[in-house]
Design a protein around this ligand. Sequence first.
Ligand code: SF4
Ligand code: SF4
Length: 144
Amino acid sequence: MFRSMFNAFANLFRPVRTHPYPAEPMPLPTAWRGLIEYNEEACIFCDKCEKACPPKSIRFFQHEDGRKEYRYNAWLCIYCGECVRACPKPEEALWQSETKARPAVKADNVNGGWFDWEAECAQSRDDYAAAKKAARAAKKNEGA
Ligand code: SF4
Ligand code: SF4
């Protein structure tokens, strides 16, 4: 009894061991995995993130003028961080944010739209590669 009274009294002067939430926001765990954030300005369009992504939730659309466009599906993403690890410019072009993974409201038919987009991306690349090949062949014929 004396012991517990002593401990109760001593605890009044010991440092607080719990976190005073919500007065202070909770620190993020070290293994926290948030949404994937992308910065087009820093991206060098090497496609490494796209190749590294297991569920293929990153896709680049190839424009005719050579420009590439980044697309990311947050509902397909498994937040593994492989894209960030593969990126030659982590924290600048690609990083995992402090935003909690998976937005609360899921848009209707998001994956249906995504799979259409995926097919368009693949088609855009094939078209671009075919156009480049044709241009090379035309140049070669001009030189011959
Ligand atoms: S975190 Fe994983 S699943 Fe999500 S985009 Fe990156 S590589 Fe793909
Ligand atoms: S890996 Fe990084 S630099 Fe390369 S395309 Fe992806 S975001 Fe851009």
